[in-house]
Ligand binder design. Structure first.
Ligand code: IMP
Ligand code: MG
Length: 180
């Protein structure tokens, strides 16, 4: 199958690569302080969180471990389907572990609510959430570490996609869908 670019274009930059890098370093410092003596198991939510988690893991000065989950809540559109489905589960038994769930963006909070319930049921010692982006107005009081709060525009870059495109962009940019 030939992959076609989604209808629309990249608009203004919302967060530059430099600001992302600086904020990720700060988050890493905070997590390092908070997890002294109990290095967390970082659980990245694929695919969106993988670039963020890669930088964050190296900003944390602790011997962290990695695992990944893949869930699907959006199809190829920019609208939530309202349905969360596990595409790939963890390989690690998280019982008794300090788990740090790493998300790209908390938008409606649906994915996070679902994942929190799922992982809590597996009896981790602790479960905290680290999200690079939180949508302004999203219910995110249970997000322990937040990178940036962002306005309603749909964004791409630094791991975030629209229909699997633009994840490789170095900054966070607005995606402007084509008018039809
Ligand atoms: P929620 O379940 O509504 O909080 O949506 C969370 C998921 O939707 C994220 O993990 C992203 O994959 C996706 N998402 C939400 N907003 C955006 C966006 O602006 N750009 C790219 N993906 C987004
Ligand atoms: Mg995602």
């Amino acid at each position: 199958m030939i992959s076609t670019a989604p209808a629309g274009r990249i608009g203004r930059e919302v967060i530059s690569a430099e600001r992302l890098a600086a904020r990720v370093q700060e988050m890493g410092r905070q997590i390092t302080l908070d997890y002294q003596g109990r290095p967390p198991l970082m659980v990245g939510v694929l695919k969106g969180a993988y670039i963020f988690m890669s930088d964050l893991a190296r900003a944390i000065r602790l011997p962290v471990e990695f695992d990944f989950m893949a869930v699907s809540s959006y199809g190829a559109s920019t609208e939530s389907s309202g349905v969360v489905r596990i595409v790939k589960d963890l390989e690690t038994d998280i019982a008794g572990r300090d788990v740090l769930l790493v998300e790209d963006i908390v938008d409606s909070g649906l994915t996070l609510r679902y994942l929190r319930r799922l992982l809590s049921d597996r009896d981790p010692l602790s479960l905290e959430v680290c999200a690079l982006l939180v949508r302004e107005g999203a219910k995110a009081d249970d997000v322990r570490y937040t990178g940036f709060s962002i306005p309603p525009d749909f964004v791409v870059g630094y791991g975030l996609d629209v229909a699997q495109h633009y994840r490789e962009q170095r900054g966070i940019m607005v995606f402007e869908p084509a008018e039809d």
